[in-house]
Design a protein around this ligand. Sequence first.
Ligand code: HXC
Length: 537
Amino acid sequence: MTTTDLPRTTTTATGTAAKIAELARRREVARQGAIASVEKQHAKGKLTARERIEAFLDPGSFVEVDELARHGAGNYGADVRESYGDGVVTGYGLVGGRPVCVYAQDFTIFGGSVGERVGQKIVKVMQRAIDVGCPIIGINDSGGARIQEGVASLASYAEVGYHIGLASGVVPQVSLILGPCAGGAVYGPAATDVVVMVEKTSHQFVTGPDVVRAVTGEQVTFEELGGPAVNAAAGNVHYVAADEKDAFDWVQTLLSYLPSNNLDEPPDFGAADWAYDTELEMNAEDLGLNAVIPDEPNRLYDMTTVIRHLVDDGEFLEMQAAFAPNLLVGLARIEGRTVGLLANQPLHLSGALDIDASEKGARFIQFCDAFNIPILTLVDVPGYLPGLDQERGGIIRRGVKLSFAYATATVPMVTVIVRKAYGGGYASMGCKHYRVDTNLAWPTAEIAVMGGEAAVSVLFRRQLQEAVAAGDYESVHSTLVDAYRAEKCTPYEAAERGYIDAVIAPSETRIEVAKALRMLRTKRKTMPARKHTNIPL
Ligand code: HXC
């Protein structure tokens, strides 16, 4: 029996037993798929759609929907035209005991291409996810718009795109790219909250190598054009997995940090007997923080060290690691509850903010704000990155997104300035004036309009010129810089004005942040009524 042997709707079975047997036969055929294509899929190191769903969901929890769906496009083209499922497996199940809706494009049927029925099936489970308030997980592995179905397949993409917009900020949406994803098809995943790719087997591009060669003359491979490394560096991808299992593990972990929907709280892994007055004791990890900031102001250190000392079990689910590495973003827990972390990374561009970092940070803030995740910001920023490239690239319009996102977020927010907070960097990295709730600073904090070198060159130009003439530039310059740094590059001027709520020893940080987050658990803030903000996109 092949799928093509099946009558479309009629059945010759008569009597109940025969009808039940006919159902079993059809279901068996539906689950089998096209055997040759399954082997081809496995040979590429890829699982089939159903295998992927089984691997991803809690064992035995999958409930398939529209298993017996078929396309309505007639027999145009090649021979495997009657396949059940029609290029996508859809349904719902559990991850970590919580419901999710899922769809997995089935490359064994028409190369997973998207026709009218595929679109209807995907939209049906998306609508279910919106109705019940659970995440939508989309597994992409597709040749794109189904050529035989013409405009109906384009309509399907547009329908899915519409529902992604509808679900955005309502339920978490995660896309796994586990094969090809090309043309307009890439815009679906790109509009979801989190995108995961897999080494070697997944590709994403708007136009493939052939079109690129025809239009621009550039010779590029699939990998160079749309491999995971390229997409990760461009910020299109939140995590690049080593293989499909790694991808599923990562998304399962991600979901453990997220609420099911925007009206829910993230899961609480805190102690069952937690109370507001549960004692917080300083530990060795806390004390270790006192030794992280180097004595020399321009010496580098790794901000992930600070993060790992602060969060539960040192676990930090970093996102978009290969994009704008000067700003770290990711999820962690404090006292068992999810926090979203933004932190300047001095190891890259000295932690300066550029266009990419601003957009990365802004989108992450919006993600956290949409899903009730408190935001913890760790600041060591020398300011915005100067340069022609940045100005020409639109850093004015694009850099402002970061502070704009803070201004419009209503979740609990805590900021800790650990070293530099200069100029626009101070303003944009979660300062008090953008209504961050709790602002802390370490004694090593340098909150100033600019650093010592730059400041004295502006303020003391004449004295420095005279020093050059007198032959003692070095000593005058360093005296002026030292004096400026001692006077201006401290947390105390900000603390005197109440812009900083407390100056604390690094070792006190975890406890103070935990206390602030406890206090802010019941924060309720509403913004003025409006349709939506007008963030400069
Ligand atoms: C119908 C398709 C198909 C498509 C693949 N198949 N893509 N059928 N419509 N778009 C079928 C093939 O005919 C083949 O059928 C089976 O799927 C497997 O494909 P292969 O080519 O054998 O697989 P592979 O060698 O792995 O190559 C995969 C591929 C290639 C790179 C994806 O199939 C390909 O280039 N496809 C076309 C991609 C494309 O240009 N899509 C349109 C993009 S534009 P048989 O019967 O032989 O098994 C787009 C617009 C979206 O998507 C608009 C949104 C608004």
